[in-house]
Design a protein around this ligand. Sequence first.
Ligand code: CMC
Length: 391
Amino acid sequence: YGHFTFDPGFLATGSCESAITFIDGANGVLLHRGYPIDELATKADYLEVCYLLLHGNAPSESEYKEFVDTINRHTMVHEGIEFFFRGFRRDAHPMAMLCGTVGALSSFYHRDLDITDPAQRVRCATRLVAKLPTIAAMCYKYSIGQKFVCPQNHLSYSENFLNMMFSVPAEECKIEPAVVRAMDKIFTLHADHEQNASTSTVRLAGSSGANPYACIAAGIASLWGPAHGGANEACLTMLEEIGSVDRIDEYVAKAKDKNDPFRLMGFGHRVYKNFDPRAKVMRETCHEVLDALGINDPLLDIAMRLEKIALEDEYFISKKLYPNVDFYSGIILKAIGIPTNMFTVIFALSRTIGWISHWHEMLSQPGAKIGRPRQLYTGELPRSFTPINKD
Ligand code: CMC
C-alpha cells in the first residue's frame, strides 16, 4: 500500500501552499493577504476584499473602479437560466437550487474556456462574484412565487442583493443604511477561511482540471452541511425549537450530556479554540442592527440569553466553545428579514470569492498535482468469485 499517514478528518494534513489567508486559531487571528479581518470588515467594502483575495493586493482607486465596473457588467444572468429555474419544485431548498444553478453555469460558459490562461480564470472569478447575488435572490423569489427582480447597477453590491431579495416589480424597497452595512460585513466576514471543507472540495475538484463553475457547485454542496455553512440555519432552527427563554437551561444541559448527541449550533470551531475574530465583529454588528431596527423578537431574546449563559458555563469555558460567526450572522439575517433557509445561500454567495481565489491560486502554482488522498482498506481479503446461476 505504500507509505502514507492515516489522518481521518485531515486534522494534521496540510494539503497545499497558499498565500491568501492566514489563521492562528490559538490566538484568534485571521488575516487576508496580511490584513486583519476586523480592519477589513470595518474599513473596506466587500468588493475591495474580493479584489484583495483574488489579486493579492488591495486595489488602488482606479483598480477598484474598474473592478466594480466589470462586476456590474456581469450581474445579469442568461435568459436560459430563468427557464432552467422553472424546472425546480417550488418547495425545493434554496441551497439545492443554488447548487444546481451554479453547476448549470458550466453549460453556459464552457466554450473557449482555457483555464491555463490567468486572464480567463480572473474573468470566471468576476463573472461568479457578479452573478451569485442575482442567482441567490432568484432562489428566494422562486421559492415564494414572486417575479425575479433584475440587478440595478447603480446600487452597491450589498444593496443590490437586498433589493433583488425584497423589491417587487410594483415597488422598490427602502433599505436602511445600517442593514446594507451589516450585509456587506456578513459578506466580508465569510469571504474566505483557508482550507475548510468546502474550499478543499473546490481545490480537489479543480485539481483534475474540471470546469470552474462545476467546481464552485461542488463547494456549495460541501458547504450545505450543518457542521459547516448549514450551521447558521441550524442555529436559528434550534432557537425556534427552544422557543422561550425559560427552556434554555434544558437545552444547555442536553448539550453537556455525553450521552446526548445534541450540540448547541453556532458554538465551537475546529480551528479557533480561543475566540473567533469574525464573531467579535459580527457580535458588534448584530447589536448595531438590532438597535437600529428596534426589533422586538422573542427569538433574538433567546439568542442573547443563550450567548450569556454559555459564555459563563464551565463546560463551554473548559472546552473552549464560544459562539462562532454563524451564531451572530444568523441573528442579523433573521432581524433583517432574510428567511432561515436562505442563510447558507448567503454564506455561499460570500464564500464564492474565497473558493475561486483558491482555485485560481492552485492553477497558478507550477507542478500542481491532482488531489488523491489514500485510505486504510478495511474490507475482505482476496477471495474467488463464484458466479450465481442465472438460468
Ligand atoms: N455543543 C456542545 N458540545 C460541543 C459543541 C457544541 N456546539 N461543539 C463541540 N462540543 C464538544 C464535543 O462534544 C466534544 O466533547 P468531548 O471532548 O467530551 O468529546 C468537544 O467539544 C470537542 O468537539 P469536536 O467535535 O471534537 O470539535 P471539532 O473541532 O471537531 O468540531 C465543530 C468543531 C464546529 C464541528 C463543533 O464545535 C460543532 O459541531 N459545532 C456546532 C456546529 C457549528 O456551529 N458549526 C459552525 C462552525 S463555524 C462555520 C464554519 O466554519 O463553517
